[in-house]
Design a protein around this ligand. Structure first.
Ligand SMILES: Nc1ncnc2c1ncn2[C@@H]1O[C@H](COP(=O)(O)OP(=O)(O)OP(=O)(O)O)[C@@H](O)[C@H]1O
Ligand SMILES: Nc1ncnc2c1ncn2[C@@H]1O[C@H](COP(=O)(O)OP(=O)(O)OP(=O)(O)O)[C@@H](O)[C@H]1O
Ligand SMILES: [Mg+2]
Ligand SMILES: [Mg+2]
Lengths: 174, 149, 174, 149
């Protein structure tokens, strides 16, 4: 399996640092009542993958920062980290290119952070360009715009889209 | 590259029908171009549940549309498998029996990929290797590991 | 209660004449598997109330006629009838105006019929203008465009609509 | 008729908050104009579930949006009651507890109106005075009267 952990901190309803271990191959189920935070977890994952705020049910990135709830203190930043397995060295090319220190870790981390005034991507804990994240996802064969992530209420989107847009899916596949 | 387009569409259409028939216990389905021979035209979905006459897609029921969409999505996955799948309440419109059919289908992919499913359906959660429960307290979410039997 | 019966014949998946008695005040639940015909019942009701084909999940009215299923014979017409209670004489004004025969029935019927080439509204079994149906619904305080009928998948429409359209709801109420 | 508009909006807003609080066991909600004083501007929905900070409507969860919409729809009914209500699977996005809350709300209206509810939720069907089961056989639908206890 490739996805090890998802770590949310100050992101949407996840104020305290929350680590969700997805290590196992196979099926992980997430359950809970309405409004408990399940879809926010999915938003955290696609947020790191580069999704824009409008696809995260927010008008701007700063709305992703934990807002304090009814009578609590807002967080000053939203941070999400995804750790990916590298025991097969699949990311080692990108690691050596970006870090230039001969390290070859068993696990790599990509992350994204948003404050009221800034936004940054992270690779192995250090600021990096968005293109590094794109390269990692490309190597992992993951991509937020592809159909392996189906957001709530969106499963029939493929039926409702125009036949032209649907044909373009074939163009991209071919 | 008209040939490449046609072979891709044919292959996708075959996966689509195969999964459709699995979810519907029969029936037929395929993909075709809206204008024959024109690979710039639109891609139409023809979906025919068992015992019924082919009808415009919009006339299908809410649950039938969901199953048809799921068949299409997983046909795409067959063409270009991803290591992680995330499905957020895709079974909302499904009755218990169809929900279980979808969970059985997802089981088939779980040996080669990680599937992350959000669902209000307890049956679906029982199919999973691990379950996380999310709770909300005073505006803050918490995640717990849960053992279901 | 005002709605007595809904009678479907040759309408969508209801080939054989099907009478659904809604007489009771209070709650009626309709259950059944995916694709069994539950939403088609709702379509039958709004069809009589004058709904256009696009709001009935059809491209044209003729698609509402039972299509024969996989190996059966299509119907030649779709007919839906709604019977409404008139024991309080609320519709008696319309009855005398349209029928002109001094009758004062305990129950009135409105209906709509579609064939491959024609479409007609019915009042007490006789062809009538669409305006008669509108008058009956107005007297009953029922109207397909109002919010007392929530179609499948449409409950959050009020949230998703533009704030201008939503404000127009107040305009109509006021 | 600016006064008529404002008194209508105020009344609708009060019904909206009252039903919202019933469905959410608390919280607050109201309606307001997008530009103060301008009755040609848009109508905004402000909805705040209990324990949470007011947030853009879009950030609410699927179930929270459904409950908010139901509160608005029934506030409209309070302003202009209809004799018949038809709700087709309005509880699709709701967990069991919220589904039951909605069924309890609908009970309140069932003494003055006929409610026709389509639902895959058995609990909801148990709230009903009469239940019809719909089945599909070889492309044809049939309706049976059902006794649930
Ligand atoms: N920046 C934020 N700070 C605090 N809370 C937030 C923030 N953004 C969103 N939320 C809260 O997160 C909640 C929605 O969470 P989420 O969509 O994950 O629920 P869910 O578990 O998927 O529920 P459902 O089953 O109804 O879909 C909303 O109540 C919203 O107020
Ligand atoms: N003109 C027609 N002739 C025959 N069958 C039709 C016709 N129009 C629609 N149907 C069939 O009706 C079925 C859909 O019925 P309906 O939408 O009422 O299902 P449902 O019980 O609401 O299901 P769900 O729970 O999935 O919403 C479709 O399978 C469609 O093929
Ligand atoms: Mg959700
Ligand atoms: Mg339906």
């Amino acid at each position: 399996s490739i996805l090890n952990n998802l770590i949310l901190r100050g992101f949407k309803s996840f104020n305290k640092k929350t680590t969700i271990p997805f290590q196992k191959q196979g099926m992980t189920a997430i359950i809970g009542e309405n409004g408990s935070g399940k879809s926010n977890i999915v938003d955290g994952l696609t947020f790191v993958m580069g999704q824009r705020s409008s696809k995260l049910r927010a008008n701007k990135l700063s709305q992703l920062i934990y807002n304090g709830g009814e009578d609590g203190t807002p967080a000053d930043r939203a941070r999400v980290t995804v750790t990916l397995d590298n025991t097969d060295d699949r990311f080692s090319g990108i690691v050596s290119e970006v870090l230039e220190n001969g390290e070859n870790p068993d696990e790599i981390t990509i992350g994204r952070k948003v404050t009221q005034n800034s936004s940054a991507y992270k690779f192995m804990g250090k600021n990096c360009k968005r293109s590094v994240i794109d390269d990692v996802l490309d190597e992992a064969n993951m991509d937020p715009s592809r159909h392996h992530i189906v957001n709530q209420g969106k499963v029939t989107e493929i039926i409702n889209m125009s036949s032209t847009n649907r044909r373009e899916i074939i163009d991209r596949l071919a | 590259k008209k040939e490449k387009f046609y072979s891709t569409m044919e292959e996708l259409s075959e996966y689509f029908e195969e999964i459709f028939q699995k979810l519907f216990d029969g029936g037929s389905a395929h993909l075709e171009l809206s204008r024959e021979g024109d690979i710039e035209s639109g891609l139409l979905i023809k979906a025919n549940p068992p015992g019924k006459e082919l009808i415009v897609l919009d006339s299908l029921s809410g649950g039938e549309k969901t199953l048809t969409a799921i068949a299409f999505i997983f046909a795409l996955q067959e063409m270009n498998p991803a290591p992680v799948y995330v499905m957020d309440e895709i079974d909302a419109a499904l009755d218990q029996r169809r929900s279980t059919k979808v969970a059985d289908l997802l089981d088939e992919y779980s040996s080669d990929a990680q599937l992350i499913l959000i669902s209000h359906n307890e049956e679906t959660a029982k199919h999973a290797e691990q379950v996380f429960g999310v709770t909300m307290d005073n505006g803050q979410s918490e995640v717990l590991s849960i053992k279901l039997n």
